[in-house]
Design a protein around this ligand. Structure first.
Ligand SMILES: C[S@@+](CC[C@H](N)C(=O)[O-])C[C@H]1O[C@@H](n2cnc3c(N)ncnc32)[C@H](O)[C@@H]1O
Length: 473
């Protein structure tokens, strides 16, 4: 591996040519073809991806946009909700929409809080690896003949009431206005993932989850190995869960391409046991956003001295290698040699905030009447009563947008944007042919602070504002 000690991974040596090919930037022509097709599929004909001399790929407008106009809706290619966030939000594992009901969201969170899961990271991880979703909450009813949650300590809402809330026996006033899609279980029966519809469940199964599922169809040794991988990721860095999803996505895409190829009776070239051209093709959507290996580009934490950078990077590379070995034990595939890539934030607003605002804005006496029921729940939830769904994902088009401290667009979720898609809105009129830029940081900060933050992204900003402010300094 360049710039560090020798890689602990023998694959790096054995497959150095193939790995170099996988990690080398795709040609300008294949980038153009790939994004032209994707833009047509995404139905955002106002955009074009081209190369810009200073910063590589860039998004350009091919039409005028008005201030406030939607520029892009970009569904996530692969994403994962943060492990700790799973206590706060029950969301569809495919589109990241909130699911169940206002009652289930509130009751589930209070129960998990009372079980101590929000205070204790270790326990959150355990909860996530044996995921407490909906069934597992209800399953506990079988454990006792009386109410399951009657021993809950912190809330002054009784366990019985919470049980009625998650079980659908107790309705909160006006909650039907904020109705959420019903919960669909994982088709593999793992109880770790939940969905908003059969189509989301099927898509996730087809594109990612069938390999990672710890449900009934998994052989028990593989299931144990997968649980060990998940536990390691949750107690070190949950970015490895996203990495595992990316690897699954590539393997499943590879298998599909291979089947297609065999169906058409085409010759599939074999290279040291790997059908390499097909693997390159399967990896293509990921390669479009791949920059560097994770340990080479992750920002140096504040508490790590610059002189220790090299050893820090080697440590996290070794951590990634340990994670990869654990994953390989559970999804061993001869045909694919995986790798880890970069990431982008995923955020979906919680409907719980809207619900409590609605109650607060009701006219008298409806408000007082409704609050008799809702206030104890709001008080029990505390300041963090409506945490967003937060995670990490890879957005193919948004990830091509460069930074400017004087951007013409921004990521902004409107009221109607209730899922994990990236939404980009024009912040001023955009001319045809202009590059579309967003700000990666708080652009209200002074010049020096902006540059310091952008250094973590590996570049010095030369936008017109920075050039001007530097000149004046
Ligand atoms: C999310 S990507 C944007 C797309 C990128 N240009 C590409 O080719 O994939 C972020 C990376 O783009 C480059 N970049 C973004 N904005 C830039 C700018 N204003 N000046 C120089 N490089 C920039 C940096 O390398 C940064 O790490």
């Amino acid at each position: 591996m360049e710039g560090g000690s020798r890689s602990p991974c023998p694959l790096d040596m054995d497959f150095s040519t193939q790995i170099a090919a996988l990690l080398s930037p795709p040609s300008a022509e294949s980038v153009k073809d790939y994004y032209d097709e994707l833009i047509a599929i995404r139905k955002c004909p106002g955009l074009k991806i081209n190369f810009n001399n200073d910063s590589g790929k860039a998004v350009f407008s091919v039409k005028e946009f008005e201030e406030g106009e939607l520029v892009l809706k970009d569904p996530v290619l692969v994403a994962a909700q943060h492990t700790t966030n799973k206590v706060d939000c029950l969301v569809c594992s495919h589109c990241f929409r909130f699911i169940g009901s206002v009652e289930l969201q509130i009751g589930r969170k209070l129960i998990l809080q009372d079980l101590g899961l929000t205070d204790d990271n270790e326990k959150v991880c355990t909860m996530a690896s044996h995921n407490v979703g909906t069934d597992s909450l209800f399953d506990r009813k079988d454990d006792t003949s009386t109410s399951t949650y009657q021993n809950l300590k912190k809330n002054y809402i009784s366990g019985e009431v919470l049980e009625s809330l998650v079980g659908g026996k107790l309705s909160l006033p006006f909650s039907s206005i904020f109705s959420l899609p019903s919960v669909f279980d994982c088709p593999g029966g793992c109880k770790e993932e939940h969905y908003c519809s059969k189509s989301c469940a099927d898509s996730d199964w087809e594109f990612v989850h069938s390999i990672l599922c710890t449900g009934r169809n998994k052989e028990s040794s593989q299931r144990d190995a997968m649980l060990k991988f998940i536990e390691h990721a949750n107690s070190t860095n949950d970015i490895f869960i996203l990495a595992a999803k990316v690897i699954s996505f590539v393997i499943l895409r590879f298998k599909k391409l291979k089947q297609l190829c065999l169906k058409k009776n085409e010759k599939c070239t074999k290279l040291v046991g790997i059908d390499f051209p097909l693997l390159l093709e399967a990896w293509k959507p990921v390669s479009m956003g791949f920059k560097k290996r994770w340990w080479d580009c992750i920002a140096l934490p504040d508490d790590v001295d610059a002189s220790d950078e090299q050893s820090f990077r080697m440590q996290i590379r070794d951590l990634a290698y340990t994670s990869l070995l654990l994953l390989k034990k559970s999804i061993f595939e001869d045909e694919c040699a995986p790798c880890i890539l970069g990431n982008f934030d995923l955020v979906v607003a919680s409907p719980i905030e809207d619900y409590f605002i609605y109650i607060d804005e009701l006219p008298s006496p409806d408000k007082e009447e409704a609050e008799k029921l809702t206030r104890p729940f709001l008080e029990s939830l505390g300041d963090e009563y409506s945490v967003c769904c937060q995670g990490t994902g890879f957005y193919p088009i948004q990830s091509c947008m460069n930074h400017s401290c004087l951007p013409n667009a921004k990521a902004f979720k409107r009221d109607e944007d209730k899922d994990g898609q990236a939404v980009i809105i024009a912040v001023r009129p955009i001319l045809e042919g202009e590059e579309i830029t967003i700000s990666y940081i708080d652009e209200d900060l002074p010049y020096e602070e902006r540059q310091a933050l952008l250094a973590d992204y590996g570049f010095k900003c030369m936008c017109p504002r920075c050039v001007e402010e530097k000149r004046k300094a």
